[in-house]
Ligand binder design. Structure first.
Ligand SMILES: Nc1nc2c(c(=O)[nH]1)N[C@H]1C(S)=C(S)[C@@H](COP(=O)(O)OP(=O)(O)OC[C@H]3O[C@@H](n4cnc5c(N)ncnc54)[C@H](O)[C@@H]3O)O[C@H]1N2
Ligand code: MOO
Ligand SMILES: [Mg+2]
Length: 423
């Protein structure tokens, strides 16, 4: 008699997996190598930015008090006693009716309180002494970039667990991070199981298929921020598979297998977990695709038995493996980012299980996010994955869903993530 598996909810299954979440190890890498890595510490401003008042324009630093009463009828002349470019500091005191020629980014002389742009003054010179004529009043603070206006010292700017992007690179450089504290990438091993599997470079044979899951999952692991290690494919032979898994488990943080987790005669993973002594957290989830997703735990490591069916394998990884990787990478929002979208097609069949259909979401003219299937909604389908940028969640119900209804989607390519999208 075949084993009868009792499905648990997606929320319960994710909860069981997340009991084993942990932050990973830290390392420091050169700023040249950190783009795309995940911060393992918050970035806190260690000084004001800018750290001094500076000119926002090319022009003249002045004392606004000297220009009180200036007008077209009563233009005021200032003597230009110094000249500074960005990086230079004026060493002179600026007295009454004096000004300094100043370039964008140069530190404002301490006696001055505003800048007038070149374009609004008349320049002249008398006996080699330059002067300017100004025909309007200038408020204190005009054309300045103030100390701390960008950020004040002590402010937390970027939280640990954030993926470094070009803007964060600018912050790291601003605050002097020649070495950047990042999370070590966890090592995620993969075996593809199945006697029917051919490698990419092998010609098709009767009854056989090419192994696509391994390459798909490697790319998902990389997208999640970890390092994939492909251990090759295993025939559906117990001893060989057991030995290979036992050996490779030593060298990885997480071990993924694809295929062999259901109730078929050659589905060996349940027996392999037993022999390894791994504790199975669940082997049936009320979701489709991915209902057979099995997660086990052994000596602090998670073993993912993802389905052999490509769509089920893909969804199982995104829902159950990605958040563990992101927690390892110090994220406090490790789950796929959720959003509300308008359903673009009818789904009128009853669902006993929550459906995650692979979807293409896009913004439409109504300003709302819309979701449509990216291909056929069956777990053995591989082509729908190529165009999926989201998973649309259709919770189980007896009526199905109508075009135009609001639904939740999980965004596959957004980096911000969700704390917990399962409420
Ligand atoms: N009696 C039952 N049969 C099945 C059940 C069930 O509940 N009772 N569940 C079905 C569901 S749902 C799924 S999903 C599949 C899951 O099967 P397995 O995870 O055991 O995977 P396999 O049997 O090894 O393979 C399934 C399918 O996927 C193809 N495959 C496998 N590996 C790869 C790969 N690396 N690249 C591409 N395609 C792969 C394989 O050839 C099979 O066609 O079980 C149902 N059966
Ligand atoms: O696990 Mo299967 O993917 O439910 O379709
Ligand atoms: Mg099977």
């Amino acid at each position: 008699m075949v084993e009868k598996r009792i499905p648990i909810s997606v929320k319960e299954a994710v909860t069981r997996v997340m009991q084993f979440e942990k932050e990973g190890k830290k390392e420091e890498v050169s700023i040249y190598e950190c783009n795309g890595r995940f911060l393992c510490e918050d970035i806190v401003a260690n000084h004001d930015v800018p750290s001094f008042d500076r000119s926002a324009y090319d022009g003249f630093a002045i004392r606004s008090v000297d220009l009180k009463g200036a007008s077209k009828e009563n233009p005021i002349t200032l003597s230009v006693i110094d000249e500074i470019g960005a990086g230079q500091v004026c060493q002179k005191r600026i007295g009454e009716y004096e000004a300094v020629r100043i370039m964008t980014g140069a530190m404002l002389p301490s006696d001055c309180d505003a800048v007038v742009m070149f374009e609004v003054v008349i320049e002249g010179s008398e006996n080699t002494q330059p002067y300017i004529i100004i025909d309007h009043e200038v408020e204190t603070g005009t054309n300045l970039s103030f100390q701390g206006e960008d950020v004040k010292k002590g402010k937390t700017l970027v939280e640990k667990g954030t993926k470094i992007n070009p803007g964060i690179m600018a912050l790291l450089a601003t605050f002097g991070y020649a070495k950047v504290p990042v999370a070590k990438k966890p090592i995620v091993g993969i075996f593809a199981t199945g006697t029917e599997l051919l490698e990419v470079d092998e010609p098709l044979e009767k009854g056989k298929i090419r192994n696509s899951n391994a390459y798909m999952v490697m790319a998902q692991i990389e997208r999640a921020g970890a390092t994939p290690v492909y251990f090759g494919k295993l025939q559906d032979v117990f001893t060989e598979s057991y030995e290979a898994m036992k050996e490779k488990l030593e060298s990885v943080d997480v071990l993924i297998t694809t295929g062999g987790v259901s109730v078929g005669d050659y589905d060996l993973l349940p027996a392999i977990y037993r022999k390894l002594g791994a504790e199975v957290l669940f082997n049936k989830v009320a979701m489709r695709p991915g209902s057979v997703t099995t997660v086990a735990h052994l000596d602090g490591k998670l073993l993912y038995g993802l389905s052999g069916n490509p769509s089920a394998c893909y969804v199982g990884f995104e829902i159950f493996t990605k958040p563990i990787i992101r927690r390892y990478l110090f994220s406090s929002k490790p789950h796929l980012q959720s959003a509300s979208a308008i359903l673009g097609e009818d789904f009128l069949t009853a669902n006993a299980f929550t459906r995650f259909f692979r979807s293409t979401v896009s913004w439409k003219e109504d300003g709302l996010l819309h979701t449509v299937p990216s291909g056929v909604d069956k777990s053995n389908i591989v082509t729908s994955l190529a165009f999926a940028n989201a998973l649309t969640i259709l919770p189980s119900n007896s009526t199905g869903y109508q075009k135009g209804e609001r639904v939740n989607v999980l965004l596959l390519e957004e980096e911000a993530g969700s704390e917990w999208p399962w409420n």
